[in-house]
Design a protein around this ligand. Structure first.
Ligand code: NDP
Length: 480
């Protein structure tokens, strides 16, 4: 059986403990690999390797670092089909999605930050004839990067690429549920010319490995993407140590459908924004708010489209949805559907497991689920489910739409469907969210700030924000 090893100081290594964790394939529910079950000792080795490598990596300069990251991107691109198959096997997502989104985006992340660093500049503030201030931005040493299972290589590279481009060394932990593509990538680092110790990947459980990275005194900055509860725990540990923190957390994203929208375009995109990656994208819209005058029309047309989605083998190019990531996650999503029923919701379609035959009989498949009849205050409309489940709520007028949209503790992304330009701007401004899409969804320009408000996170990643996070700013004031 394949073994997934740590990557420390340029070498693939077992955990110091010598222990292993099982890694499951969601499509079949069976164990397909073993993962190094690391702990604080492995993190200590990784941090020490990163500290040793740091001065030379920093001094390699922007072009040297850029070239190494570009080479890594090209090697992943060369092996695209292997990465696609691995991502799908590890996560349960359709291969078609991994081929269209996950792996190209991981490559794009590396290329984007490898070139962004070449254009990165900082500010100067002249004080008439008195003095000139300039902002010197330098890397700080070792960055800790912790990423989740839903978009494994995509979110992993989103963090490590700016950290490395800026001149830091990295100790990173992918989710223990989906470690495979980060491991595959680590095996390409030496060929890419990334010196030993610059990128270290420590696999294992969050409470053992993730928490050791967060608590390590020689890791002054943590970039984390994951659940809000884990983010709060990380902040509790890191804040008294005065670490830099970037937290990208959960969401309960609203989709606002106004009666004047382009109905067909809205419908097509809303099916995608609800169920892409089995609804396991932090940006998926899980609360669909519909202007009352088109509520029935929307509901009937939407449910018809959702019923036509094909849940099936992730390896089959015709599958629209694959498996959800794990047995506990399947049970969590099913428990929320049960909760919705108890709260008085009507399940319009889905609401149950999908049982496939043969080798897939024990896979973790869920039918895409649409629920109506629930008010904004119930738990189903307040808590993040993070699966193929959406609710429908009618609204009357702009103010009511905004009130419903903002009525959760989260504030990550939102979508507005309208042809009224002024309303689009007005509502976009009123929404409590870090990201607003108007008449589209998941259109991403990597230069834009990315992050959430309220319990969806602290700080922004993407573009200059990421490069600023991974450097320290120092004002130098020179008398003229
Ligand atoms: P978790 O918070 O459970 O885990 C995220 C990562 O943190 C994993 O690598 C996990 O390891 C690790 N971890 C767990 N406990 C600790 C700890 N005490 N200290 C340090 N690290 C720890 O999230 P999920 O993996 O379940 O991901 C789903 C969540 O991520 C959803 O809430 C989703 O909304 C959010 N998300 C947010 C995005 C955003 O940009 N805002 C984007 C994508 C997802 P392990 O896997 O071993 O437990």
């Amino acid at each position: 059986m394949e073994r997934i090893l740590n990557f420390i100081d340029g070498e693939a290594r077992a955990a110091v403990s010598g222990e292993w964790l099982d890694v499951h394939a969601p499509a079949t529910g069976s164990v397909y690999a073993q993962l190094a079950d690391s702990d604080g000792r492995d993190v200590d080795l990784a941090v020490a390797a990163a500290e040793r490598a740091y001065p030379a990596w920093r001094d390699l300069g922007r072009e040297g670092r850029s070239n190494a990251l570009l080479k890594l991107a090209s090697l992943i691109e060369r092996d695209t089909e292997a990465f696609v198959a691995d991502e799908s096997r590890d996560n349960g997502k359709p291969v078609a999605l991994a081929r269209r989104v996950d792996i190209p985006r991981a490559i794009a992340n590396l290329r984007f930050f490898a070139t962004a660093i070449l254009h990165f500049s900082s500010e100067a503030h002249a004080m008439d004839d008195t003095a000139l201030n300039y902002t010197d931005r330098q890397p700080f040493g070792v960055a800790g990067c912790i990423s989740p299972w839903n978009l494994p290589l995509y979110l992993f590279t989103w963090k490590i690429a700016p950290a490395l481009a800026a001149g830091n060394c990295v100790v990173a932990k992918p989710s223990e549920a989906t470690p495979l593509t980060a491991y595959r990538m680590s095996l390409l680092c030496n060929e890419a010319g990334i010196p030993p110790g610059v990128l270290n990947i420590v696999h294992g459980l969050g409470p053992k490995v993730g928490s050791a990275i967060v608590a390590h005194p020689d890791v002054p900055a943590i970039s984390f993407t994951g659940g809000t509860r884990t983010g709060a725990e990380i902040a509790r540990v890191a804040a008294p140590m005065f670490k830099k923190l970037s937290l990208e957390l959960g969401g309960k994203n609203p989709v606002l459908v106004f009666a004047d929208c382009d109905f067909e375009q809205m419908l097509r995109t809303t099916v995608r924004s609800s169920f892409t990656n089995q609804g396991q994208i932090c940006l998926c819209g899980s609360r669909i708010l519909i202007e009352r005058s088109i509520y029935d029309r929307f509901r009937d047309a939407f449910v018809e489209r959702v019923r036509a989605l094909r849940v099936g083998d992730p390896a089959d190019a015709t599958s629209d949805l694959g498996a959800v990531v794990s047995q506990p996650h399947l049970e969590k999503v099913l428990s929320y559907i049960e909760l919705a029923r108890q709260e008085g919701g009507r399940v319009l379609c889905g609401g149950e497991r999908v049982l496939l035959g043969g080798a897939l009989a024990n896979g973790w498949y869920l039918a895409p689920t649409v629920i109506e009849g629930l008010g904004p205050a119930c738990r189903t409309n307040q808590e993040e489910i993070f699966g193929p489940v959406v609710t429908l709520q009618p609204f009357d007028g702009d103010a009511h739409a905004v009130e419903l949209a903002n009525a959760t503790p989260y504030g990550l992304a939102s979508v507005i469907w309208t042809r009224d330009l002024q309303r689009a701007h007005r509502v976009a401004r009123a929404l409590q969210a870090g990201i607003v899409w108007v008449n589209c969804w998941m259109v991403r320009d990597l230069r834009t700030p990315f992050g959430g408000v309220k319990q969806s996170g602290v700080g922004r990643e993407g573009g200059l924000d990421a490069l600023r996070f991974f450097t320290e700013a120092k004002n130098v004031c020179v008398r003229l």
